[in-house]
Design a protein around this ligand. Structure first.
Ligand code: ATP
Ligand code: MG
Length: 250
């Protein structure tokens, strides 16, 4: 379980997070939306313990990230698989080596078990035949799928995705959404997805959070966000620009 409580964060006097509160229950798939620059990636970095809040706290499985030693923080991080927008593969290593380095670091598996695990994870994302390819030989969608295979390879309790479908064609986006859904529902991995895509929200979210003006502006179900009459929410959901004035009024 993740508890985020009253997080404030500013950079050079600019308030980015202004009292963010929410929980993620074990097994949930929570999708975070919000316009560009609203602080979604900053929020994610807090959950990974990469930045500390100015005030407030983040607890993962009851542990306050700010109170942990480096070693304890590493132990918490080893429960989290992260899928970055770019795939974040090591360019000088082939697909097999990219997965092996994660499994080596985060598990005690022996070589033959590692090989089995790599086969199995690549198979899960439909990328078995790419094992010996270099990242430069893969398309964006393939890189993304290898990134997902690497993130699940050490059997994390949590999976975080930052904009998993950005830059992909609609069919590949659909494939990625289905993979996120599968690993959440079948493997019961607690999932947090940051996205601009309402299609992703509609296809996979158990619950939606919307960041706006440094706060959680909406926290509810897909149905509730779809039917919301609120101008800020409906303009985002329907992809329509509203005057900045409207944002400032809130
Ligand atoms: N390390 C930093 N130092 C200074 N400002 C930062 C830093 N990280 C983020 N910011 C600022 O915080 C704000 C929120 O950035 P963030 O990257 O979280 O937005 P986002 O919601 O992820 O946007 P996008 O949808 O475009 O990815 C931006 O104004 C950004 O310039
Ligand atoms: Mg971002």
């Amino acid at each position: 379980m993740i508890n985020v409580s009253s997080i404030y964060k500013s950079f050079n006097g600019k308030d980015v997070l202004r009292g963010v509160d929410f929980n993620i229950q074990s097994g949930e798939c929570v999708v975070v939306i919000g316009k560009s620059g609203s602080g979604k990636s900053v929020l994610l970095k807090h959950l990974l313990g990469l930045i500390s809040p100015d005030s407030g706290f983040i607890k993962i499985d009851g542990l306050n990230l700010d109170e942990l030693t480096y070693r304890e923080l590493q132990r918490v991080r080893s429960k989290i698989g992260m899928v970055f927008q770019s795939g974040a593969l090591f360019d000088s290593m082939n697909v097999y080596e990219n997965l092996k380095i994660a499994i080596d670091r985060l598990t005690n598996l022996k070589q033959n078990q590692i090989d089995d695990r790599i086969e199995q994870c690549l198979d899960e994302v439909g990328m078995k035949e790419t094992k010996l390819l270099m990242p430069s030989e893969l398309s964006g969608g393939m890189k993304k799928r290898v990134g997902i295979a690497r993130a699940i390879s050490f059997k994390p309790d949590y999976l975080f995705y930052d904009e998993p479908t950005t830059g992909l064609d609609p069919i590949m986006s659909d494939t990625i959404n289905k993979l996120i859904y599968k690993f959440n529902k079948k493997n019961k991995i607690t999932t947090l997805v940051i996205t601009h895509s309402m299609k992703t929200v509609f296809e996979i979210a158990d619950r939606v959070l919307m960041l706006n003006n440094g706060k959680i502006y909406f926290n509810g179900s897909v149905n509730d966000i779809k039917n919301s009459k609120d101008v800020i929410i409906s303009s985002f959901v329907n992809g329509k620009e509203i005057l900045d004035l409207e944002y400032e009024k809130q």
